[in-house]
Design a protein around this ligand. Structure first.
Ligand SMILES: [Fe+2]
Ligand SMILES: [Fe+2]
Length: 371
């Protein structure tokens, strides 16, 4: 049953409507109001499916009522038909601008009233359906985007772990480096996007080790100068691997999809892979960059990486205590490391230690490989 509200200050006209709609008793549930105020109270109460209102009424006019109706979110699309006494174009334009759905001429004949009301309500229910569909679509798009984001993160992490597995570690190191880098970025005042990106991108700082031979990577003793410079190639190898346009296969992927929008995160990862062994004083590798020439992301990851390495035990060394490790970092502030990043490390030392504590146990376990 459709609820229709008729509004007119002339009782004679309201009675006319009453008689007219009698034949539609089983289709329409009609209410009648003699003023805009009375109508407004009824609208809140019965929540009609359509309104037919006179334009010119003493006190509040039809346009005033229309304004009140459209001002309420729930009635933004409610069919509202305005009764106009003549064909005054200006009045009609004003009604349209105020959001009227349609017009009816006075005196109004039943067939016209019925047709226009039915059309307006059909249009409304069609619009409702479209809106509903759009909402469902929007939810689906949001879900898919999240899914895509999750699988993107997973691929990145798996790539980072794959490289880390060769280095006899469990992946706990890259997790800690990511967490510490994110914490330092927060302390340095970078926004949450930056923090999230550095968290993910830093996990790939050593991904280039995939390209270093086992004999060098696993060598128990000290490296010869040649072996060391081979080992140092992991920075450039990592950057090459992560810069998407490097190989033809990516060019083809891009041509086919037009949608390889992972580039910015991978580009950041490449930047970090390339610069995490640079030193503030210019004595690092691979490019001997100094000071501000080193991207801040590289500076942050360098501090997180070295601090975590100092605090970890390796087959050839035991872990340093927090105090000794921190003293070494501070001693190298402005030489190896950016002063600004070391200051952040000092201020957040307790939290950095909490991260190390929380993710230390994993180092004792082997990665579970297939039996
Ligand atoms: Fe490295
Ligand atoms: Fe590392």
């Amino acid at each position: 049953m459709r609820k229709i509200l008729f509004v007119d200050d002339e009782i004679r006209i309201l009675d006319g409507f009453r008689r007219m709609v009698r034949s539609k008793r089983d289709e329409w549930d009609c209410s009648f109001a003699a003023s805009a105020d009375e109508a407004w109270t009824l609208i809140q109460e019965i929540r009609p499916d359509a309104i037919v209102s006179d334009l010119n009424m003493p006190g509040k006019s039809g346009i005033d009522l229309l304004g009140m109706v459209r001002g309420q979110e729930a009635f933004r699309f409610l069919p509202f038909l305005m009764l106009t006494g003549n064909n005054d174009l200006q009045q009609r334009v004003a009604c349209l601008e105020a959001g009227a759905s349609d017009f009816l001429n006075k005196p109004c004949d039943f067939v016209e009233l019925y047709t226009r009301l039915t059309n307006a309500m059909a249009l409304k229910s069609f619009q409702d359906q479209v809106r509903e569909q759009n909402e469902i679509l929007e939810i689906k798009v949001r879900e898919r985007t999240l899914e895509l984001e999750r699988s993107r993160r997973e691929v990145i992490l798996r790539l980072a772990i794959a490289a880390e597995m060769r280095d006899s570690n469990t992946g706990a190191h890259i997790l800690r480096v990511g967490l510490i880098s994110r914490l330092l970025a927060e302390e340095m005042g970078y926004d949450s996007d930056f923090q999230e990106n550095i968290f993910l991108a830093s996990t790939m700082h050593d991904v280039g080790k995939i390209g270093i031979s086992d004999t060098i990577l696993m060598k128990p003793g000290a490296l010869t100068p040649e072996e060391r410079s081979e080992m140092q190639r992991h920075c450039e190898l990592g950057a090459q691997l992560l810069r998407s346009k490097l190989t033809d296969i990516f060019k083809y992927f891009e041509e086919e999809t037009n949608e390889l929008n992972y580039n910015s995160l991978l580009e950041l990862s490449a930047k970090i892979a390339l610069t995490h062994h640079e030193r503030w004083d210019g004595t690092g590798y691979p490019n001997g960059l100094a000071g501000d020439q080193i991207p801040i992301e590289g500076c942050i990851v360098s501090v997180a990486d070295v601090y975590d390495a100092l605090r970890s035990s390796r087959p050839y060394k035991s872990a340093l205590s927090p105090e000794v490790a921190m003293a070494m970092m501070q001693k190298d502030s402005g030489a190896h490391f950016s002063v600004q990043v070391i200051q952040a490390l000092v201020r957040r030392h307790a939290e950095v230690e909490a991260i190390i504590e929380r993710h230390r146990a994993m180092d004792d376990e082997e990665l579970p490989l297939a039996a």
